[in-house]
Design a binder for this molecule. Structure first.
Ligand SMILES: [Zn+2]
Length: 84
């Protein structure tokens, strides 16, 4: 049985889940580390502040938590279409 593989949303490398930390965004939009909280998770290399910074600067977190921002994108897309 092979270990589960996850992609770090910072450096985008695929690693064993045990070497990554899980982050979740709560209802208030606060991102925090948690392995047990419900909701969409994002995985970041454990103890890597570089990956954490990248996840914010490249909007990796936004992609990982896409359930909410996808609505925004849809609305923006509708507006752009109508503005023609
Ligand atoms: Zn990483």
């Amino acid at each position: 049985m092979s270990a589960p593989i996850r992609t770090c949303v910072g450096c985008r490398s695929r690693r064993e889940q045990s070497t990554l930390s899980r982050y979740v965004r709560d209802d208030a939009g606060v991102v925090r580390a948690s392995r047990t909280d419900a909701g969409r998770g994002a995985w970041i290399c454990t103890n890597s502040s570089v990956c954490l910074d990248k996840a914010f600067s490249t909007r990796g977190f936004d992609r990982a938590f896409a359930s909410r921002s996808s609505n925004k994108n849809t609305n923006l897309r509708n507006r752009l279409t109508m503005a023609k």
